[in-house]
Design a protein around this ligand. Structure first.
Ligand SMILES: N[C@@H](CCC(=O)N[C@@H](CS)C(=O)NCC(=O)O)C(=O)O
Length: 233
């Protein structure tokens, strides 16, 4: 059974959505970021960067020793390849998938991640950390996040999913998109195509189960942050 190490974070959701979609049996372990568990010797042995998510697959396809995977994008590709699901197999479709997958993981996820947690007070508050941003930095991060949402919105015009059928690229994008209110987007319906896609993907039972996984631990977060993180409407 796969061991999954994560927490109430967008990158963890990518991994847990994938595990749920693929219906792979897994054991979920919470790594409590506010308590610094991600920097414990046990966790650093799993991921030298001391971050979540991480998975450990005790039953890899080559029959060898367990395989540990960190980096949410790498986890999605690993699980997709292991199961032969949620990654297109034909070269043309796969090329399209790769382009959008790496843009979602690097471009979209990067832009949203930098704006995470900024609010009107220009403060970053999560799991005890607090830093004050200059107005110009706040404006730049917010603008970059909105531009990334707009790019994805444009891509989704006339499409149900980002690259062909529902795939790991939608899984990666969903993890990042749920807390759009923490990423400088007050109302997702301003992006009509993105909003349709979001409602479609968010309604998937696997996504609901993945978001519920660590939800009770959200009580450590300020109310405004928790509500926006889970997009409670
Ligand atoms: N690029 C990495 C980013 C992982 C990451 O930044 N994880 C955050 C939570 S979303 C974390 O573990 N933060 C703990 C810390 O910074 O100490 C991925 O996609 O997995």
């Amino acid at each position: 059974m796969i061991d999954y190490y994560g927490y109430i974070t967008t990158m963890s959701w990518r991994a847990s959505i994938a595990l749920e979609e693929l219906e792979l049996p897994y054991r979920a372990h919470s790594i409590v970021l506010g308590a610094g568990e991600q920097k414990s010797p046990e966790h650093l042995a799993r991921n030298p960067f001391g971050l979540v998510p991480v998975i450990v697959d005790p039953d890899p396809a080559d029959g060898g020793p367990p395989i540990t995977v960190w980096e949410s994008g790498a986890i999605l590709l690993y699980l997709g390849e292991k199961t032969g699901q949620l990654i297109p197999s034909a070269p043309r479709e796969r090329a399209e998938f790769y382009k959008w997958f790496f843009w979602i993981v690097g471009g979209y996820g990067g832009a949203l991640g930098r704006s995470a947690g900024l609010n009107e007070e220009k403060r970053y508050r999560l799991f005890g950390g607090e830093a004050e941003y200059e107005q110009a930095v706040y404006d730049d991060f917010t603008e970059a996040s909105r531009a990334a949402h707009a790019t994805l919105d444009e891509r989704l015009a006339g499409r149900d999913y980002i690259a062909g059928d529902y795939s790991m690229v939608d899984v990666a994008a969903m993890g990042s998109t749920v807390p759009y209110r923490l990423h400088g987007v007050a109302d997702l319906s301003a992006f009509r195509n993105l909003s349709r896609w979001y409602d479609r993907v968010r309604a998937r039972p696997a996504v609901e189960r993945a978001l519920a996984l660590h939800k009770e631990e959200g009580h450590v977060l300020p109310d405004y942050y928790r509500e926006a993180l889970f997009d409670e409407r």
